[in-house]
Ligand binder design. Sequence first.
Ligand code: ARG
Length: 476
Amino acid sequence: MASAQAVQEAAITGEKKKLWGGRFTGATDPLMEKFNESLPFDKRMWREDIRGSQAYAKALARAGVLTAEEAEQIVEGLGKVELEWEAGTFKIVSGDEDIHTANERRLTELIGSVGGKLHTGRSRNDQVATDTRLWLYGALQDTRGYLADLIKTAIDRAELDVDVIMPGFTHLQPAQAVRWSHWLLGHAAAWQRDDMRLRDLMPRVATLPLGSGALAGNPFGVDRQFIARELGFIGGVCPNSMDAVSDRDYVLDTLYFVAVHMAHLSRWAEDLIIYSSGLFKFVQCSDAYATGSSLMPQKKNPDALELIRGKAGRCQGNLAGLLAVMKGAPTTYNKDFQEAWQLMFDSVDTANDCIRIATGVLSTIRINPDRMLAGLSPDMLATDLAEYLVRKGVPFRETHHISGAAVKMAEDRGTTLFDLTVADLKTIHPLFEDDVLEVWDYNRSAEMRDTEGGASKRSVLEQAQKLKRYLGAEGL
Ligand code: ARG
């Protein structure tokens, strides 16, 4: 640690005045300076920080703390800071600890000491919670749009290929004949739940902490409802100033939403990875979302899908990480909370990327109906055979055994159910008649499942219609 002492001494000279510097006489260890700063990642909220400050300046004017001209100067000055960020000319200087200090420092350089009135009654505690909520609300609106595109793509492809029959699996063992579109809309159903989760958490994100001060509230009577309206906080204002600076549930809710949605995308991706393998060949990813092997010329790897599956793991870690950061923190603000932002940015960015990549994969994937048909086998109709007798009044528990006996008979002969004659079947049960041969039809099997949610064409198309109605009602 000798070097730490050396850097500490080196730091004594040329120390800039800090925004919170009043009672501090010693210089900060440069390593501590880096350790403490959040600007490298929170600077992406420059726009939200400026919008929050402009609304706050107006509220201060309405409360009589600033004159109209002072508020005007501040709002305009902030507009100039905004232009600098937009043009890429904003210069970060040492001592710019986070986006809040950086913007205020620049504002004061531009408009002089009146800039120092902006922070009256405000703390970075209510400021950072406001900025991040504003940022998140905007980012999640994008997420909702991307998710709607993904669901629409699933609907389109389901309708287009509604006649394609595919083996459905349980335990990854071929189970019953379903439709490709049924499988696809099954995933879309999970994505719809994700969208509902997202819709429900958005007003909780867009609830205003500003006007809570450091923890005890605002002593200058700013109108918090006014600020909420100015900033488009549809959830109103946080009801308790101590909770307002303490609460990171809006980030946890988001990380949970992302973790669950990514788990859904990951399972969808996993199915397609299996279906695209050389042993299945049910689907083929387009070149746009696959890569080759540096060694094996024949390989085409579903990298996009594998990356989605991998990133789902990281997003789960982000949720677990923030829960661990929060659980022991004493009430109100603690610097631990600064750890939330990288997790938040990472999860939201990852979700937004993955949803768009998934949409690209799904809209360009080629399906191979012949291979899907080839994946079906007569034993997958054993349940249908049992159901045949159920319709003739035999209790299902019995028909299950009877059908099992037919499967065994075929197996013993080294053939399939399709090769058993009606006479063969009659030896197992007298109620088998000529029409039993109609059972050996995969399409019929899917069509029989015509209840809401089932595999029949009518039912699958109805599922697509319901999803469309949902999106329409949500304005998506
Ligand atoms: N960069 C800080 C954060 O993200 C801002 C709040 C700082 N507040 C404070 N009391 N030091 O948490």
